[in-house]
Design a protein around this ligand. Structure first.
Ligand SMILES: Nc1nc2c(c(=O)[nH]1)N[C@H]1C(S)=C(S)[C@@H](COP(=O)(O)OP(=O)(O)OC[C@H]3O[C@@H](n4cnc5c(N)ncnc54)[C@H](O)[C@@H]3O)O[C@H]1N2
Ligand code: MOO
Length: 405
């Protein structure tokens, strides 16, 4: 039926209004997980000079033939170069990381030589160029090392440090205000009334935001009272939220007060029915530059909607580029019935068969209120809308759930 919005269309509408946030400076230790705002260029050359990759003797290969003897005229260690060069018939004792002295073109390994006082005799001939790391082997000053948009990991920080950057231009963290709504909700550990349950969704959404390099702002729980929801939404804007996420009240019930409260705070908002399960009812809109997502209240629905819509939105704010979750190829671990008009994101087990093929087995219970199978899931099996019945072993696609999801 045509009244359901396809997932890619919903995502495209959300991303259309977003652009990259401004940049700020972050000292290296605080840059982990942040998005690089401009390409990273090397400030220096590494290694800065030809250097030894081994402990041994810097020699001229033409002199260092098997059986030859050379006189040791000095020593070079990391941080302490040998001032003079290496002349014919000479060798300089050298250690890993030391600059190769002028005139030498090979390193004679200490294991391949016998030392006696100031004389070293060659057991295994040295080869020209062997065990020498040329200046600029890793990178040269002025070279581009990392592209803008890169989410900085541990290895990138070491590279940036080696290129002599004490701090980096990173994109400001997207501020994401998260508001749970509903009279039935109490915080974990709180006193639970007879008609109440514990609010859980905000914890997942906050963690997803933090994992993407955003800054979550937990607005707590608003009761089902227009003034309370409005006050919380107003706080989100006053705290400079780039994204406001509301939880619950996205559907059609009489207690669904979120839409009018958001509209009263100046948000222009559309109510969508998306062709997906879980997570059909969702609201999306804007106030100025701020994106507003009204996610469904069922815990699994709110998490799946976050993976499919909030994560790409955060990545667009961080990189300026459109992003869609990658669907990976696998095979079904069990027979599946035909699907209806909603694309299915099913909690599933993941294994590899003996040839390394991903085997994805949907759990029998797929209720969107159930967090235990969501937590147990190793991936989400994605069944397209109107998919025909399929057999175990048939091709399928899945969404990986890497940490911290
Ligand atoms: N007549 C119809 N009823 C429903 C429809 C529909 O199309 N027609 N859609 C169903 C679907 S699908 C979903 S999903 C839910 C979405 O409902 P809401 O977004 O309005 O969510 P609520 O009614 O407020 O809550 C649903 C459920 O989730 C619990 N909840 C809410 N917030 C939290 C939270 N922060 N942590 C934990 N649990 C939460 C809430 O107590 C409810 O049990 O609507 C269906 N109905
Ligand atoms: O779309 Mo709802 O998320 O199935 O429970």
């Amino acid at each position: 039926m045509s009244d359901l919005l396809p997932v890619p269309e919903a995502r495209a509408r959300i991303l259309a209004g977003l652009s990259r946030l401004p940049s700020e400076r972050a000292p290296l230790p605080e840059a982990l997980g942040r998005a690089l705002a401009s390409p990273l260029t090397a400030m220096r050359t590494q290694p800065p000079w030809d250097c030894s990759a081994m402990d041994g003797y810097a020699v001229r290969a033409e002199d260092a033939r098997a059986g030859a003897t050379l006189s040791v005229v000095g020593e070079a260690a990391a941080g302490r170069s040998h001032a003079g060069g290496v002349g014919p018939g000479e060798a300089v004792r050298i250690f890993t990381g030391a600059p190769v002295p002028e005139g030498a073109d090979a390193i004679l390994l200490q294991e391949d030589a016998d030392r006696d006082g100031d004389v070293v005799s060659v057991r295994e001939a040295a080869t020209s160029g062997r065990h020498i790391r040329r200046a600029g082997l890793d990178f040269a000053a002025g070279e581009a090392l990392l592209p803008a948009g890169r989410k900085l990991g541990a290895r990138d920080l070491a590279l940036a440090a080696a290129a002599s950057h004490p701090a980096l231009d990173v994109v400001r963290r997207p501020r994401v205000a998260i508001l749970a709504t509903g009279d039935e909700l109490v915080a974990p550990g709180g006193e639970i009334g007879p008609d109440q349950i514990v609010a859980s969704n905000s914890y997942a959404i906050s963690a997803i935001v933090a994992g993407e390099g955003g800054a979550p702002i937990d607005l707590g729980i608003a009761p089902d009272r227009p003034s309370a929801i409005r006050a919380a939404v107003a706080r989100a804007f006053s705290e400079g939220a780039d994204v406001v996420v509301t939880l619950g009240g996205a559907s059609v019930g009489d207690h669904d007060l979120v839409k009018p409260a958001l509209e009263a705070e100046g948000v222009s908002l559309a109510f969508w029915k998306i062709a997906m399960r879980p997570g059909k009812p969702m609201m999306a809109g804007r106030r100025g530059q701020t994106l507003v997502l009204g996610l469904p209240g069922n815990p699994v629905s709110s998490i799946v909607c976050s993976l499919l819509f909030l994560v790409p939105a955060l990545r667009k704010l961080l990189t300026g580029a459109d992003h869609a979750p990658e669907l990976l190829p696998g095979v079904l671990g069990r027979d599946m019935p035909e699907n209806d008009r909603r694309e299915d994101y099913m909690r599933a087990a993941f294994a590899r068969d003996s040839s390394g093929v991903a085997v994805v087995t949907a759990f029998p219970r797929q209720d969107s209120s159930m967090l235990r199978p969501m937590s147990d899931a190793e991936c989400l099996l994605v069944r397209p809308a109107h998919a025909s019945a399929a057999k175990a072993g048939d091709a399928c696609r899945y969404l990986a759930l890497p940490f911290p999801y």
